[in-house]
Design a protein around this ligand. Structure first.
Ligand code: ARG
Length: 457
């Protein structure tokens, strides 16, 4: 394809350089946004009498036809074009002749690409938020089914205190709610219009930036034309928000991997969401979650790519910035793919309540409650802590648990112990009494579920 900028040059571009320089293979996906931006620009040019109303209308109709032709498959992208912007403008000129050549009046590809990426990412943000909402809905549903499912809560991956499966799930729901906040926040800051910045120094034409901004649904035009074409902070912010979503998914995935191991067996994945081994007939592997954990590193890499790409760039546009797209698009694609797979996997897994309950009964996770029992009878916490520690050591030596330790052994350590100790250290009691706000008791968790569902509305 002949270059628009051919005038200054005496030779055609080297083929390898052309391929190296070109971005159409990865920016073609913004075709709709590019056309949307060009339509708003052409309308403004006509309204401000920078081009005739008639030409403006022809350009807008021509662009709409190009859009339709791309979408119905009659127009294919020319992969030797420099980028999607050049491709569409050249196609318009093919169709309209001189009229098409007027579109780029008072505009540069620098403000054009800056607006296209924003329009594109704005749509993607809405889609990711939708996917996260579905995920949180599933978490709420599962939580409702497991408000009384006692399981061990861990610190250092050592059994710590009793919680419920619902409590555990609601922790992730809060993380994903914050992820939605972060996406919305990045979306808000991104939603200012760079069009009209020109190459970097605005333009001498009497353009109306307010009009284009409104037309394209932006909050306002960007304040400074150099800034309008120079920064990709909005890509960095989004990549950061996405990296955090991935990090949350990755931790959750790690737990699911543990939970479906034979050592835990807290859950079983549906057959449609697991894979087998080529040699070991007994295997059922949680590949999805491992891939999510793996892909998290890749998305972190996308964030680092963007930050490193920007850090040394003088204002305004530099070609380095073309590298923004593959990184942010990869982050967006990957997170969507991961949530789309993770949510139905979660929705279809089987929860093994009995194994969770059994695991909770084995690790002295009611030791804190035993100490609290003495405290409630008047003993200072530090003394109660020490006595309970000795009781635990005694149980371990003698193959007992706090539930099976005879009352006379308790009494040897402290006269404050009475028969009601067994009720106090009963796991259900331990959970039910943790009624503090945010805690694992059924009442507390039901409140968390209600709060979460309200936030989704
Ligand atoms: N394909 C380019 C990019 O993605 C578009 C902007 C080109 N501007 C320029 N002055 N070469 O960054």
């Amino acid at each position: 394809m002949a270059k628009m900028w051919a005038g200054r040059f005496s030779k055609e571009i080297d083929e390898t350089v052309n391929a190296f320089n070109s971005s159409i293979t990865f920016d073609a996906r913004m075709y709709k946004n590019d056309i949307e931006g060009s339509i708003a620009h052409a309308r403004m040019l006509g309204d401000c009498n920078i081009i005739s109303k008639e030409d403006s209308k022809k350009i807008i109709d021509g662009l709409k036809e190009i859009l339709a032709d791309i979408e119905n498959g009659t127009l294919e992208f020319d992969m030797t074009a420099e980028d999607i912007h050049m491709f569409i403008e050249a196609e318009l000129t093919n169709r309209l002749g001189d009229v098409g050549k007027r579109l780029h009046t008072a505009r540069s590809r620098n403000d054009q690409v800056a607006v296209d990426i924003r329009l594109y990412l704005r749509e993607q943000i809405a889609e990711i938020i939708g996917l996260l909402k579905e995920l949180i809905e599933i978490l709420c549903r599962l939580a409702k089914e497991n408000v009384e499912t006692v399981m061990p809560g861990y610190t250092h991956l050592q059994r710590a205190q009793p919680i419920t499966f619902a409590h555990h799930l609601m922790a992730y729901a809060q993380m994903f709610l914050r992820d939605i906040d972060r996406l919305e926040d990045a979306g808000k800051r991104m939603n200012y219009c760079p069009l009209g910045s020109g190459a970097l120094a605005g333009t001498t034409y009497p353009i109306n930036r307010q009009q284009i901004a409104e037309d394209l649904g932006f909050a306002a035009p960007m304040v400074n034309s150099l800034d309008g074409v120079s920064d990709r902070d909005f890509c960095v912010e989004l990549a950061c928000a996405i990296s955090l979503i991935m990090t949350h998914l990755s931790r959750f995935s790690e737990e699911i991997i543990l939970w479906c191991s034979w050592e835990f067996k807290f859950i079983e994945l549906d057959d449609a969401y697991a894979t087998g081994s080529s040699i070991m007939p007994q295997k059922k592997n949680p590949d999805i979650t491992e891939l999510i954990r793996g892909k998290t590193g890749r998305v972190t890499g996308d964030l680092v790519t963007l930050l490193s790409m920007l850090k040394g760039l003088p204002l305004a546009y530099n070609k380095d910035m073309q590298e923004d797209k593959e990184a942010i698009f990869d982050a967006v694609d990957t997170v969507m793919l991961c949530i789309k797979t993770f949510t139905p996997m979660l929705a279809t897994m089987r929860v093994n309540k009995e194994n969770m309950r059994n695991a909770a009964a084995k690790g002295f996770i009611n030791a804190t409650d035993c100490a609290d029992y003495l405290v409630k009878k008047g003993m200072p916490f530090r003394d109660a802590y020490k006595i309970t520690g000795r009781l635990v050591a005694y149980c371990i030596e003698n193959g007992l648990t706090l539930e099976t330790l005879p009352i006379k052994e308790y009494k040897k350590m402290s006269e404050l112990f009475a028969d009601d100790i067994y009720d106090a250290i009963n796991l259900e009691t331990c959970v039910n009494q943790r009624t503090s706000e945010g805690g694992p008791s059924p009442v507390s968790v039901i409140n968390q579920i209600e709060y979460t569902e309200n936030r989704l509305k």
